[in-house]
Design a protein around this ligand. Structure first.
Ligand SMILES: Nc1ncnc2c1ncn2[C@@H]1O[C@H](COP(=O)(O)OP(=O)(O)OP(=O)(O)O)[C@@H](O)[C@H]1O
Length: 482
């Protein structure tokens, strides 16, 4: 059990829902179609007299992102439309830093995906910042996600190296990213501008939509769109247009190394460096910690300090301590409030709870599992079958993705597909083939230089770039077509 009540869970349980789920899987938070929230976008809308919305690319905590045709330049763009409440803050807070990131990103081969331009939209829910971005493929969080999706070891090393190069590039310019997570590492697409709208629909299907309905049966007002759109799935096509290249995106939290923000970073706690979690400043070293977490997730499908119990800095520290041992003495005196945030207020704060169990970074690394040959493992045991909720989960990616990604849930162990988070799955995972020992030794060596408490002792991203784990494939040509 978590020592802190989860803010997100308690907020959700106390809120009545206005809208019925759209039944399209993972979409934006529909309740944010309200004043101050998301802009209601419909397919076919034209913004800034030139961007025609053709499909949806995704949604995040603060925005919806749309595939749009730029009629002025005859090219595809991603329109990121930020919630109204957040727009002004992003616009004013980091303009200078973003400009610096833009300058840095405009250099050839910077591996930073920076916006082409920005404008604002006035709508029923307020004024929204709208960023015009290059269209990218799936994020590393989508492609390397627990039992749903994994990337091949070779691609994991390449993507990790490129993410490290991108971060080194930023650091060399005196900037920190501030939100270095797998959600902000995205795979590129091979020349999407060569496709017409019809061609894209042939590849990925026409947009799937569902009417937006309210719990009460009343008609939604102008604050909500009439239809919700299912995001385009780049892995749903037989043709693979995803490149073996990644870019770093989202510079909303970037800052000059010389003036770190005073507030806690908005980074998901599982990527938060321990010094930041105890209330000290973010720095290039805290980016390196987050990069280490991202590298582990790229290679294994999950973060080293991820868990359903990690919602706050305090909870992240509990799992870090369980893995790396006691915090430095001074940090042990820091108190945490009931939401797991560090506080100096002795009335509101309590020390971190003592860790009762432990695990090692070494075990985490050496237990990374890989795809079995042909997606099948036979142990000789007879196991009871398991009925998946959605049989599509057990269908592997099309063959054109074979050298890039695989689905653990399409893996059969004895007669059972890998399915969910229960004791049986833990048992099934033991039968999966593990990362080769030579690679595990290198990865463990790299990560033990990253996951060091003292930021001054932590490896720099520049130093990381020469580590042998990244260069294991040196001399081996990339798979055909990459
Ligand atoms: N340039 C892009 N090209 C293609 N898809 C994109 C692009 N930018 C974002 N997306 C898609 O939109 C989703 C949301 O984007 P993003 O994570 O940047 O939003 P956000 O509101 O800043 O969210 P958060 O802060 O929660 O990460 C991403 O997961 C991705 O699927």
């Amino acid at each position: 059990m978590s020592p802190f009540p989860s803010p997100s869970l308690s907020a959700a349980s106390s809120t009545a829902f206005r809208f019925l789920p759209a039944g399209l899987g993972d979409t934006e938070d529909l309740e944010r179609y309200a004043p101050g929230g998301l802009h209601p976008v419909s397919l076919g809308d034209v913004y800034d007299e030139r961007y025609r919305v053709v499909h949806k690319l995704g949604a995040g905590g603060f925005s919806t992102v749309w595939l749009a045709r730029d009629e002025a330049e005859q090219r595809w763009v991603a329109l990121k439309i930020v919630v109204a409440d957040h727009s002004a803050a992003i616009e004013t807070k980091h303009v200078a830093n973003q400009q610096a990131a833009l300058r840095c990103g405009s250099q050839a081969d910077s591996k930073l995906a920076v916006e082409y331009r920005r404008f604002t939209i006035d709508g029923p829910n307020g004024r929204h910042l709208c960023l015009v971005l290059p269209v990218l493929g799936p994020s590393a969080s989508q492609l390397s996600c627990f039992l749903d999706s994994r990337i091949t070891p070779r691609l994991a090393r390449k993507a990790a190296y490129q993410a490290a190069q991108a971060l080194a590039n930023l650091h060399a310019q005196g900037l920190c990213h501030g939100d270095m997570t797998t959600a902000n590492i995205a795979f590129g697409l091979s020349d999407i501008d060569r496709y017409t709208e019809d061609h894209l629909f042939n590849l990925f299907g026409t947009p799937e939509t569902a009417p937006l309905e309210t719990e009460s049966g009343e008609e939604p007002g102008p604050e909500a769109p009439p239809f919700i759109v299912k995001p385009l799935d780049f892995l749903a096509s037989e043709e693979n247009i995803i490149r073996w290249d990644v870019q770093l995106l989202d510079f909303d939290q970037s800052f000059p190394t010389s003036s770190p923000p005073e507030d806690m970073l908005g980074t998901p706690p599982e990527f938060l460096a321990p010094e930041v979690a105890v209330g000290l400043s973010a720095s290039p070293a805290s980016d390196v910690w987050a990069l280490g977490c991202s590298i582990f997730r790229l290679r294994s499908g999950q973060g080293p300090f991820s868990s359903i119990e990690v919602w706050s800095p305090g909870e992240a520290l509990v799992i870090i301590v369980r893995t790396l041992g006691n915090l430095p003495d001074e940090w042990q005196r820091v108190l945490f409030d009931h939401q797991g945030q560090p506080t100096r207020d002795h009335e509101k704060g309590t020390p971190l709870p003592e860790s009762t169990d432990s695990r090692s970074l070494r075990d985490l690394v050496y237990n990374i599992y890989d795809k079995p040959e042909n997606g099948i493992v036979e142990t000789g045991k007879i196991r009871p079958g398991y009925q998946a909720w959605d049989e599509a989960e057990n269908v592997p990616y099309p063959p054109s993705f074979a050298d890039m990604a695989w689905k653990p849930k399409a893996t059969k162990i004895d007669n059972v597909y890998l399915h969910g988070y229960d004791d049986e799955t833990d048992e099934l995972l033991k039968a999966m083939p593990k990362i080769p020992e030579t690679e595990a030794a290198l990865l463990h060596d790299l990560l033990s230089k990253v996951f060091v408490y003292d930021p001054a002792e932590r490896i720099t991203v520049e130093e990381m770039l020469s580590h042998s784990w990244f260069h294991m494939d040196r001399g081996d040509p990339l798979p055909h077509g990459h």
